[in-house]
Design a protein around this ligand. Sequence first.
Ligand code: AMP
Length: 366
Amino acid sequence: MRVGILGGGQLGRMLALAGYPLGLTFRFLDPSPEACAGQVGELRVGAYGDEEALKGFAEGLDLVTYEFENVPVGAARFLAQNLPVFPPPEALEVAQDRLREKAFMRGLGVPTPAFREVDTPSGLEEALAQVGLPALLKTRRGGYDGKGQALVRTQEEAEAAFWALGGEGLILEAFVPFTREVSLLAVRGRTGEVAFYPLVENHHREGILRLSLAPAPGLTPTLQARAEAYARKALEALGYVGVLALEFFQVGEELLFNEMAPRVHNSGHWTLEGAETSQFANHLRAILGLPLGSTAPRGYSAMVNLIGLKPSFAKVLAVEGAHLHWYGKAVRPGRKVGHITLRRESPEALAKDLPRLLALAEPSRV
Ligand code: AMP
């Protein structure tokens, strides 16, 4: 089977690495000739919106998936005329727009922070009156890793952010004083079979994920069940196939939906060593119509992102039980270039050894 992946970043690369044991081969489409998945599979360089590039990419493929959610929906639909494309392009369409995804989840009865659409100065006034301050003003589309958003505490800050973010196509969201941020990796197969990984606790800085702890410390069955019930609704409403990542704000024992990604997700990288079946393997099983694998955790895991720096591999690997994943990308400030997973048999053992790895991943903060 030859699998086509729209996007050639590290997620595509890790999908391919998970697919080789099943005898799959991979072709990537990415606008950059440097795309790091090209080191492990065939890379076609082209724009996602270019029909000729899409036709060349599709030739000889058995099915298509994506590792990047800002692929134009038109490209996914174009490919879907001739090939199975999973997850369905509708999921891509919903997830690309912060307003649509929140409205969609709310429509399913899933709690979200208060939010309003903002397209004009008077719309901003109305939204502020309804949502209140402090709030987050965000672009509906295209933002990632904390880009395209501003925390606003006053009317003046809101007006300045409104113009700085382009003056239209925005969403105002109530600022949530969350207890912590968690995410759920859910997977649904072609037969409708579903599986869920345990909730993960995520720590961001400057809008970028730095650390995930899995399972989320102190995770209760009630919280897990609540997250799964919300995810199940989304999976079923979208006729979803593949891995879907849902990010929530936890407030006490409540969960407020923040956003979704219709793909494998950074907060699921721990599953490579920390779960019976990785998110990458399960995404491939799902889209191929194979039985899903167990999502049970193996002990307690931490995933530390390597952002804009290359640590000493020898020092990382000298930490017993540490696994290094280097993506083969050029190191640039703020860029995700790799991650490390650490696995232990107890949360206490994990907490004891994690600081060593954090010091290697973020030496400037020690
Ligand atoms: P996002 O790109 O929407 O996931 O936002 C990036 C990060 O900004 C989140 O992981 C949170 O840490 C923070 N953030 C976003 N929206 C809110 C909100 N409504 N309330 C509090 N913090 C937020």
